[in-house]
Design a binder for this molecule. Structure first.
Ligand code: SAM
Ligand code: SF4
Length: 441
């Protein structure tokens, strides 16, 4: 069979990036090769997100654009997968008659079976069950990735927390940890391919193994990965503040390969709002964990997520969010306007915040954080950092790019070092979203 072209577009989080990479590998076995231009594709696959209204709308408008491609070339196959596919299921096939298949979050591993049915029987595919399958990729073979220094690895699926604003438990199912044996095998295979840095993924990595008494703890998993030869750096995301244990906090500074960065979503600085969000911690407990983290590892980079305009959020609640942001001095913050999601408890709350109020609060919060990030980035000027070389800089092909252990992006003049090298740089300039470095010889 000749080579075929695959256009794969990812709309969501790092978990979707990981899922997309698995899809790419599965389709490589069918002779599909990635292309960057959808008009050259034999198969278009959209890995969708439904965490807020915006990414959802982007999927619908992309599908609208691809309709004309399908009209021109009826043999083109178009499929959707991931969270929005899970949420909408069959409705997707009705709304877009030219769509060939819909794969839910736990059925992505069935893509080849769905394509077989499509090619031999002309049958449109629909697989959106959340039950049954523990792991969408269990026992699937690994195909070699292109040479890369970094990789994501899902260590668990789903979530049991049911934060009142969040759709994830409804579209990714209950929390299930992958067996550590399988995770370690996957990381050893990646290390053998030259991967130097792994990021462990889960909605709440801190509760890894909690539901399986025979399984090692999350800290135990970090220790086992630490032993794998070739892996130089370990990261993880996302941590839930309520489950961040003293044992895990102590791992920073104790495990040499564990990078000095933690993404610890706070969501709001107001205890009243946190309670209605069902987050399971108070602002004071969060601040105490931040103190402990900085005590265990003074140089740790702390980033967070924040939602403004959650139903019932008063001006005083928003002020508490601004106060906590000033108090913690996050290195970076991902902030969002609350977005109503189907199935969630907050969607039924009556006291919605007007759009213009949410918009104003978001702008104010982001302006505050920009100043803090800029000040914290500036403090890196003149310092020596270790950077893992990931490839060419996006802005300037003459330059190389990589990340510090603290997860800062550093661009620097080209060197002959291969991808995956750990290079020592001096930071010469700090920008809003990156640093500029020079090689120390
Ligand atoms: N599991 C992670 C956690 O607990 O922080 C995050 C998962 S969620 C995919 C990523 C971020 O999206 C959340 O931290 C939250 O800030 C934001 N988010 C989730 N639902 C949202 C909603 N309905 N409206 C606005 N932002 C939302
Ligand atoms: Fe969503 Fe909360 Fe689970 Fe994160 S912990 S995925 S925000 S329900």
């Amino acid at each position: 069979m000749g080579s075929r072209n695959l256009y794969l577009h990812n709309f969501g989080c790092q978990m979707n990036v990981y899922d997309s990479e698995r899809i790419r590998q599965l389709l490589a076995a069918r002779n599909y090769r990635l292309v960057e231009d959808p008009s050259e594709a034999d198969l278009i696959f959209l890995n969708t997100c439904s965490v807020r209204a915006k990414p959802e709308q982007k999927v619908y408008s992309a599908l609208g654009r691809f309709q004309s491609l399908k009209k021109k070339r009826p043999s083109l196959i178009i499929g959707v997968g991931g969270c929005l596919a899970q949420q909408e299921g069959e409705k997707f096939l009705h709304r877009f008659p030219y769509l060939d298949f819909v794969l839910g979050t736990k059925e992505l591993g069935r893509i080849n079976e769905v394509l077989d049915n499509l090619e031999t029987l002309g049958k449109r595919g629909l697989a959106v069950s959340l039950g049954g399958r523990i792991d969408p990729y269990a026992s699937l073979p690994l195909f070699p990735s292109p040479s890369k220094a970094t990789a994501f690895i899902a260590i668990m699926q789903g979530c049991d927390n049911f934060c009142s604003f969040c759709i994830v438990p409804f579209v990714r199912g209950r929390e299930v940890s992958r067996p550590s044996r399988e995770i370690l095998e996957e990381i050893r295979a990646l290390a053998a391919q030259g991967v130097k840095e792994v990021t462990l993924l889960g909605q709440n990595v801190n509760s890894y193994g909690n539901k399986t008494p025979d399984e090692i703890s999350f800290t135990g998993l970090l220790e086992a990965i630490h032993e794998i030869q070739g892996i130089e750096r370990i990261r993880f995301t996302t941590s839930h503040p309520k489950d961040l244990s003293p044992e895990l906090i102590r791992s920073f500074g104790r495990l040499a390969k564990l990078c000095e960065h933690i993404h610890l979503p706070l969501q709001s600085g107001s205890n009243r709002v946190l309670k209605r969000m069902n987050r399971g911690y108070a602002r004071e407990e969060y601040l105490e964990k931040v103190n402990q983290l900085r005590k265990a590892c003074p140089q740790i980079n702390i980033t967070s997520d924040m939602i403004v305009g959650f139903p019932g959020e008063e001006e005083a609640d928003f002020q508490s969010t601004l106060d906590v942001v000033e108090q913690v001095q996050f290195d970076d913050l991902f902030s969002f306007k609350y977005s109503d999601r189907s199935y969630t408890r907050a969607a039924g709350f009556q006291d919605k915040v007007p759009e213009e109020v949410s918009r104003r609060r978001l702008m104010e919060l982001q302006a505050r954080q920009r100043k803090i990030t800029s000040k914290r980035n500036k403090a890196w000027e003149g310092r020596q950092v270790e950077v893992l070389l990931e490839g060419r800089s996006k802005e300037n092909a003459e330059e190389k790019t990589g990340r510090t252990r603290t997860n800062h992006i550093v661009n620097f003049p080209g060197t002959d070092d291969p991808i995956g090298s750990l290079v020592q740089l001096r930071v010469v300039k700090a920008f809003a979203h990156s640093l500029r470095g020079e090689r120390i010889v």
